[in-house]
Design a protein around this ligand. Structure first.
Ligand code: PAF
Length: 283
């Protein structure tokens, strides 16, 4: 496995792989790798001949007062996970490789970045799309792999790639869950044991929604209220939003029909957690 700390070095490793006719897969991460990331690396290894994992805690997607400084950075453990799971190249740039003193060019996807997480995290998606555009330009992958847990991020990145005619495919991989349903996330490590138990209620609320839809309920306001009631059973959970939106436009809907995204964001102790499911009534 090659480890590149500079743009020049990762470009030369990728160029060599491409020269041998290899299909390049990129898994962009902020490190603190877990089984969710491993599933992305495995998907990349299945569909590509050369897997590049980027590890970069991107400062521009964190707002003031968010967890940029304390975000975990266990680089040695991350490299070991990459090594053991079929990664060919790790790109772990220092911040000054990715951003000059004054970055004047930003990629901003309109509309899709306004609802859900966009409401409480202004500028977050602009940071995500900008760093992903940079990573795509640096690595020039054939395919980039993202997780469904960050549903809005995945939709926003797909839109950017389509709008800017970027020559790569975006593959979205399923959310990986703990046995109690909690979506695996690097931020789960902020939870104390009590908060960790309570956090399972986020997925419970999504399951509640699925059950209600299966039982024939369609009115989203009623379903959202029931989901919130369930979440309120745990006083540690501060709900940020419970939303049911069109899975393509991310606009609120009044009644469940077609492909919908059911999404929850909540703070539990120091951790802000998000999760979602897709319900497709056409299936
Ligand atoms: O999902 C993440 O870990 C980050 O948002 C990403 C895509 C690596 C961009 O920094």
């Amino acid at each position: 496995m090659e480890i590149a700390y500079t743009i020049k070095s990762v470009r030369s490793h990728v160029k060599a792989a491409r020269g041998k006719g290899r299909k390049i897969g990129l898994v962009p991460t902020m490190g603190a790798l877990h089984i969710g990331h491993i599933s992305l690396i495995e998907a990349a290894a299945k569909q590509c001949d050369c897997v590049v994992v980027s590890i970069f805690v991107n400062p521009t997607q964190f707002g003031p007062g968010e967890d940029f400084e304390k975000y975990p950075r266990p680089l040695e453990a991350d490299l070991e996970i990459c090594r053991n799971n079929g990664t060919d190249i790790v790109f772990a740039p220092a911040p000054d490789q990715m951003y000059h003193d004054e970055n004047l060019t930003w990629v901003n996807v309109e509309k899709l970045t306004e609802p859900l997480c966009g409401k409480s995290r202004p500028g977050h998606f602009r940071g995500v799309t900008t760093v992903c555009a940079k990573l795509f330009n640096i690595v020039l992958p054939d395919i980039a792999f993202f997780g469904q847990k960050d549903a809005q991020q995945a939709i926003v990145i797909r839109q950017m790639v389509a709008d800017l005619n970027m020559p790569l495919e975006i593959v979205i991989c399923p959310t990986i869950r703990e046995p109690d349903g909690l979506a695996v996330s690097s931020r789960n490590q902020y939870l104390n044991p009590q908060h960790r138990q309570d956090a399972a209620y986020i997925y419970k609320s999504l399951e509640k929604c699925r059950k209600m839809v299966n039982a024939g309920k369609t009115e989203t306001s009623e379903i959202i209220e029931e989901m919130k009631q369930l979440l309120r059973q745990k006083s540690s959970i501060q709900i940020e939003y419970v939303s049911i939106v069109d899975a393509g436009t991310l606009e609120d809907i009044e009644s469940i029909a077609g492909k919908v995204l059911v999404a929850v964001a909540a703070k539990i102790g120091p951790a802000r957690l998000i999760d979602n499911i897709i319900i497709d009534t056409r299936k």
